[in-house]
Design a binder for this molecule. Structure first.
Ligand code: G6P
Length: 607
């Protein structure tokens, strides 16, 4: 995720743009930049790394001008270098962009063929060139933007600045947030209300496909059909302590819907799609010497680890132990030389996991950490730091951090398999291709939000709920049950479908909803047999499968939820979506506090 701020001001904007970036720094801090217009020319300062580096640049070479745009970057396309830092300039246009332009490659090829020169490796720069080309052909900024926006596929929030039109900024959004702010004789754009909080409390959230021409004394918003629209102006009430929910009702809902984007962003760091290779950040030990992996985590992160155990064993043929952190330290685990101890945590601060990490280090293990907060304690203590780029997760029940953890773990398993010589180049290419399909498949899964909301009434009255799955869908059943417990306070159990007959089947009656996760594939038939055992005893089944699976086994279920048909590798990422949405809608139906469920905390810093 990246942060965007723009000001069409009455006085110098650079310092205020910089202050806005500071408030967005949680969204990314690979590089940052500001561009203003001074005397009909662009003036730009950019710096790699944290904002303090940009601050230094601005001290050495101050920036003037009363209109400008600014950006803090979380690198997606292209390394976090100064050249790749935003704002990008193409002729008369400067731009900052948050998101991914999925069709940037053909657009770039088209522009290259047109003789245009690129100065960065980013997807964003193509947009600047497209708009610049329109303006150079005589279009106004408004017409140029209106022409170019429909050509962009993917998710974006963009702010455009024009050298020859210093009285306006144009902002556009599709799949990434953007707000406009209303001031006294000046107006603003920002990624969220938090960024604009010191400038104004009067903001409007742009809706999907909206774009806005922001001038000093007016803001005109257009919808995706280029029709002028009005959006409600609200009092943001944002303070520096808060991150906004945008148009969503709850942070958890927002975070569930962000998943395709943040998983794509995370994958950018771990796969090289054009080469068909997986990749890891730099580290200085030899992965091929790893002879055992010990995974330790808590809560949802633990279930990500359980899924990863299947992958490490299947792909790399390396034995895996897995423990919840609170048990690990106290069972005197045998940790031998050559062991990689892998800790998974959203916050990087969970006390049990941190203590387990330190114990593993004392026992001579190499420490790998999959973590969402790159400045956290666990991140600082890692030998191999594997960041998830989920962005700040506010909802206490983890959602997007979980699927980003899965993305990183799948890539790590493939890296390990390659290092151990257990995966051919062809197999690696296939894994990369399947991982690249995950964000779009998750998008399709999100498309079933309305159906899932309808099914929530089947679950909301229940006292007990069972979730069943096999293979990697067994931990997904556990995660589904945990989500439901956490936010709806309904007792739920996840079970390995084949283990049902050894006990839990005694619980089945027509009051117990049974959620079955069964993507079609190698384990489908066995899972369905276990499902029939439930049905024969009057259990109310909600089957989550793809069209093929539902056609084979959907009859007689009280409800079915259709997922896209995907490769088994990415099924856990995709099936996370319906179990999260089901828990969410049940909680909403029950009227619980979705984002701050009772007795829970986001970061558990006590043992
Ligand atoms: C708390 C949260 C869970 C989270 C767990 C582990 O219990 O409520 O959502 O999964 O901590 O947190 P971590 O930050 O280590 O992933």
């Amino acid at each position: 995720m990246c942060g965007i701020v723009g000001i069409v001001g009455r006085e110098a904007v650079a310092q205020r743009l910089f202050d806005g970036l500071k408030r967005l720094e949680y969204r990314g801090y690979d590089s940052a930049g500001i561009c203003t217009v001074q005397n009909g020319e662009f003036e730009r300062r950019r710096a790699e790394g944290k904002l303090e580096n940009l601050a230094r640049e601005l001290t050495v070479e101050p920036l003037y001008g009363d209109v400008g745009i600014a950006h803090t970057r979380w690198a997606t396309h292209g390394a976090p270098t100064v050249d790749n830092a935003h704002p990008h300039i193409a002729g008369p246009v400067a731009l900052v962009h948050n998101g991914i332009i999925e069709n940037f490659k053909p657009l770039r090829d088209e522009l290259l063929a047109d003789g245009r020169k690129f100065l960065s490796e980013t997807d964003s720069e193509v947009v600047a060139h497209l708009v610049a080309r329109e303006i150079e052909r005589g279009a106004s900024p408004t017409d140029a933007v209106a022409t170019v926006l429909p050509r962009l596929h993917g998710a974006f929030a963009i702010a455009f600045l024009f050298k020859d039109y210093p009285d306006q900024i144009i902002g556009a959004r599709m799949g990434a947030p953007l707000t406009v702010g209303y001031g006294q004789g000046e107006n603003y754009l920002g990624s969220d209300a938090l960024a604009l909080a010191p400038l104004t409390q009067k903001i409007a959230y742009l809706e999907e496909g909206d774009w806005a021409v922001v001038e000093r004394d007016r803001i005109q918003i257009y919808d995706r059909a280029n029709q002028p629209v009005t959006r409600v102006i609200v009092e943001s009430g944002a303070s520096s302590a808060r991150i906004e929910k945008g148009n969503y009702r709850h942070y958890m809902q927002k975070e569930i819907f962000e998943q395709p984007i943040v998983v794509a962003q995370t994958l950018q760091s771990y796969v090289r799609p054009f080469e068909g290779k997986v990749a890891l950040p730099d580290f200085d030990f030899d992965l091929s010497t790893v002879n055992r992996v010990t995974i330790v985590a808590c809560g949802t992160s633990f279930y990500a680890g359980m899924v990863a155990k299947y992958w490490f064993e299947q792909f790399a043929r390396v034995p895996v132990d897995i423990d919840v952190a609170s048990e690990f330290r106290y069972r005197q685990p045998v940790l031998e030389p050559g062991g990689l101890a892998l800790f998974i945590s959203q916050s990087g601060e969970t006390a049990d996991t941190l203590a387990a990490l330190r114990h593993a280090r004392e026992e001579g293990q190499v420490i790998a950490v999959v973590v969402n907060v790159p400045t956290s304690s666990m991140a600082r203590e890692a030998d191999l730091l594997l960041p998830t780029h989920a962005g700040p997760e506010i909802g206490v029940a983890s959602t997007k951090a979980f699927t980003c953890q899965l993305a990183v773990l799948a890539a790590l398993a493939a890296n390990l398999a390659r290092a151990k010589g257990r995966m051919s180049e062809e197999e690696e290419r296939e894994i990369v291709a399947h991982l690249q399909e995950a964000p779009e498949a998750m998008n399709l899964a999100l498309g079933h939000d309305d159906d899932i909301a309808q099914h929530a009434h089947l679950v909301a009255p229940a006292r007990d709920v069972l979730y069943l799955g096999r293979g990697p869908d067994y931990p997904m059943a556990l995660e589904g049950a945990l989500k439901l417990k956490e936010i709806s306070y309904i007792h739920a159990e996840g079970y390995a479908a084949g283990e049902m007959k050894h006990g839990p089947i005694a619980l089945i009656d027509d009051l117990v909803p049974v959620i079955v996760l069964a993507p079609s594939g190698p384990l489908f038939e066995k899972t369905v047999s276990n499902m029939q055992e439930v049905r024969a005893r009057g259990g109310k089944i909600i089957l989550i499968s793809d069209a093929k699976g539902l056609a084979e086994a959907g009859d007689g279920c009280v409800a079915t939820i259709e997922m896209p048909e995907v490769h088994p590798l990415i099924a856990p990422l995709v099936y996370a979506v319906p179990v999260q949405l089901l828990a969410y809608h049940v909680a909403v139906a029950k009227g619980t506090d979705v984002d701050q469920p009772r007795n829970l905390a986001k970061s558990v810093t006590v043992e």
